[in-house]
Design a protein around this ligand. Structure first.
Ligand code: GLY
Ligand code: MN
Length: 495
């Protein structure tokens, strides 16, 4: 597929068309167009503006988050870009996914957009979302430009977006000039979330500092540590869709055996695209010894009866909240004795971890509780010499437990990653936090320190846990977890 030629665009060109900096026009195969066609394309289109739009559900929540941001940085100009398309090859791009910071503060997902909080004299801010407006039909942009609506689909008009977001909107093509002018006329310390919009960073370079920008990024990461009720609902929806995806995979395991791990990846992906926006991260579809490779996303291996499938996958909702769930499934429907022994150890560790999640507990507690159980089993099985306390002190169990037992979850699979240690890893849990509890045991295929029958077995069980006022709630509890429940569930689906 190609866009119309640059020559054609120039032929249609008014001054506005030539000045349109939306995106370099692409080369194409069409001959120059006639003046008559250019003229005919300008008119004869119905008015489709919608004037009946009410604010979207999340707009009130986004407004509260902006208020918190405003209160933290009184007097500062704050710039939060959504990011832009990334080239995949030549004139094709990766699917766009707006920055989590921008989405959290606006509820919007428009590419190239930018949120600006302009400081007011009273210490508050005026918030504006700069967005790409609807394509202008008068200058041919809508059908001659690669980002014209005829190519990429209808956008909201600025007025429609304003109604939906509950936020003032302006044309994003004016953002750089308006910010430069504001910096000149109303000097103020300025902060931008870096790495999403190099153009705006350059425009604001004289007014920003690396340290100031970092403080903004850290604050926005920490602002996401406690989820509001709407976000919890989104994460529940992500988990529910993920349950359907895992169910699809179990139903199609016979096809995966006849094909490869890719069948599993594709099966889950179909559900993610139908129920939500996408997968929230690369699905790990690891059969047999691949389960011992923590981020196995190549997914090109064989799926063999008698072995285990470690499936770590999550649906990202249309609002961009993701689940992060792992189940380790016997490919032929039943665990053998050793698989079950290892599975039960991980299950018991996860139970201990989940039991340690409650308000007021330390974030580290669930990790330590899970590591304790796993280490006890490793010592009991004779894989490492005890006592357990010595193994834990030296961290020797980590040869087989490998990773931390969980992380915050939300818009990002590893959410709140820029939060300070004292706000995250060293924090006390609070109601509204959502985190994964995901212990595992992994015996590499070439690990000569364990008996041969252990080698190539990897087990992880991962659930998404909401901290509630008096304990916790497992958002992914709809998926069976214990070995017997898993076997019964699989038999019901495949039997
Ligand atoms: N689900 C992948 C991870 O947590 O790293
Ligand atoms: Mn995880």
């Amino acid at each position: 597929m190609n866009d119309a030629t640059e020559a054609a665009a120039e032929a249609a060109g008014t001054e506005e068309a030539e000045a349109t900096p939306i995106k370099a026009r692409k080369n194409g195969l069409y001959p120059a167009l006639s003046d008559e066609l250019a003229e005919v394309m300008k008119s004869g289109w119905a008015d489709t503006e919608r004037r009946d739009l009410a604010p979207a559900e999340q707009s009130a929540y986004a407004a509260k988050r902006r208020a918190a941001l405003s209160a933290r940085f009184p007097g500062d100009r704050l710039v939060i870009p959504a990011g832009s398309l990334k080239t995949r090859a030549n004139d094709t791009e990766y699917p766009f996914r707006a920055s989590s910071e921008y989405v959290h503060l606006t509820g919007d997902q428009t590419q190239d957009a930018v949120l600006v909080l302009e400081p007011r004299g009273d210490g508050g801010h005026d918030a504006t979302a700069y967005l790409l407006p609807r394509s202008d039909r008068g200058n041919g942009e809508f059908w001659l430009d690669g980002q014209g609506e005829l190519w990429v689909g209808r956008r909201h008009s600025l007025a429609e977006a304003e109604a939906l977001l509950g936020l003032a909107t302006r044309d994003v093509r004016k953002a750089a000039d308006e910010l430069a002018l504001a910096a000149d006329e109303r000097p103020a310390p300025t902060r931008i979330v870096r790495s999403y919009d190099a153009g705006l960073e350059a425009v604001l370079a004289e007014h920003t500092t690396r340290h100031g920008d970092e403080e903004l990024r850290v604050f926005l990461s920490e602002l996401r540590l406690v989820k509001d009720e709407w976000e919890v609902g989104q994460l529940q929806a992500a988990c529910d869709a993920t349950t359907k995806g895992f169910t699809d995979v179990v139903r199609e395991l016979a096809q995966a055996v006849a094909s490869s791990e890719r069948w599993i990846e594709g099966t889950f992906y179909r559900r993610a695209r139908v129920e939500g926006n996408d997968i929230g991260y690369g699905s790990i579809c690891a059969a047999g010894p691949h389960a011992t490779t923590l981020h196995w996303v190549r997914n090109d291996g064989e799926v063999r009866p008698g072995e285990l499938l470690l499936l770590d996958a999550g649906v990202e909702t249309h609002t961009l909240y993701t689940a992060d769930v792992t189940r380790t499934l016997p490919i032929d429907g039943s665990f053998n004795a050793l698989q079950r022994r290892i599975y039960d150890a991980v299950y018991d560790a996860q139970e201990a971890g989940i039991a340690a999640v409650r308000p007021g507990a330390r974030y580290r507690d669930f990790h330590e509780a899970a590591q304790q159980v796993l280490t006890e089993r490793l010592v009991e099985w004779g894989l490492v010499e005890g006592p357990v306390e010595r193994v834990l002190e030296l961290g020797l169990q980590r040869r087989w437990t490998l990773h931390g037992t969980g992380h915050m979850l939300g818009l990002d699979v590893h959410d709140c990653a820029q939060a300070r240690t004292e706000a995250y890893v060293d924090c006390e849990l609070e109601a509204g936090m959502v985190l994964t509890v995901e212990p595992g045991l992994y015996f590499q295929a070439d690990d000569l320190t364990v008996p041969e029958e252990y080698r190539g077995i990897g087990v992880r069980i991962e659930d998404d846990i909401l901290v509630t006022a008096d304990g916790s709630r497992n958002l992914s509890a709809a998926l069976p977890r214990s070995a017997s429940e898993v076997e019964a569930w699989m038999a019901g689906l495949t039997g």
